[in-house]
Ligand binder design. Sequence first.
Ligand code: RB5
Length: 145
Amino acid sequence: MTNKRIVLSSDHAAIELRQAIAKHIETKGWEAVDIGPTTTESTHYPLHGKAAAEKVVSGDCRFGIIVCGTGQGIMMAANKVAGIRCGACADTFSAKMIRAHNDANMIALGARVLGEGLALEIVDGFLETDFEGGRHATRVDMVEG
Ligand code: RB5
């Protein structure tokens, strides 16, 4: 895979976890494209989910990692962008499976749900798992319509 860029964004509820993930993925050989925000001033997760999603569908970044309080709202916003397949994960098995079976190109995490250690394990599971293709490709095509 040539594109090693991963876009990260969050809302105000998840700045610290997002920054920890950015640092962590750099140690694994990825380039973190952290598009903020940088302050804890209250903001709106749909803006940040959409901004990250656009960097993935444009091809600028291979994957996106987005974080809000629960991971749910920002995931919903990202999935409104055509071509995005984003799952909100609170366990490592699901993070691997959304790559293996659903060819997810983004993952959403909840900073008020997960401790940092588990969040980083979930991110590793997502990034270290390849899409299996085959019958799963047929289904992903159906999702894409
Ligand atoms: C912000 O308070 C919170 O609603 C947001 O981070 C997220 O959890 C929404 O899904």
